[in-house]
Design a protein. Structure first.
Length: 128
């Protein structure tokens, strides 16, 4: 009986381990708030579990800084037609994102992007 209970506990622990590796966006970001940032691309990291778009710019009247915008994974980006070459250093962008719960942390959760050339991404409704 003891071996059976130990086995069940071990299986549950192993099954739950992958869940601990992924965080809830709502735990880190204010998902009901949206800020707008005008700036230029510093770096684009096309990777899993989430891609990152680093944009130097400013929100409203704040001083310019580099924002680390957390995005979706590469399989979702591929479905939306986004490749590692979609953004290059120096590209002008306007992004909309949920701010971090910590006001001193410049990480944001990316919601929408527009480029001056007319390219747009807004979740599943992407247009070129």
């Amino acid at each position: 009986m003891f071996k059976c209970i130990s086995l069940v506990i071990a299986v549950i622990a192993l099954a739950a381990a992958p869940l601990a590796g992924h965080h809830s966006f709502a735990a880190v970001y204010l998902e009901d708030d949206l800020i707008e940032i005008d700036g230029t691309v510093v770096e684009f990291q096309y990777k899993n579990p989430h891609a990152w778009l680093f944009v130097e710019g400013q929100e409203g009247l704040q001083k310019p800084q580099v924002y680390a915008a957390e995005w979706v994974g590469t399989s979702r980006l591929e479905r939306d037609g986004i490749t590692p070459k979609t953004f290059k250093e120096g590209d002008r962008l306007r992004i909309w994102a949920s701010p971090n719960r910590n006001p001193t942390d410049n990480r944001v959760h990316l919601k929408r992007i527009e480029r001056p050339d007319g390219w747009k991404w807004a979740g599943r409704q992407q247009a070129r």
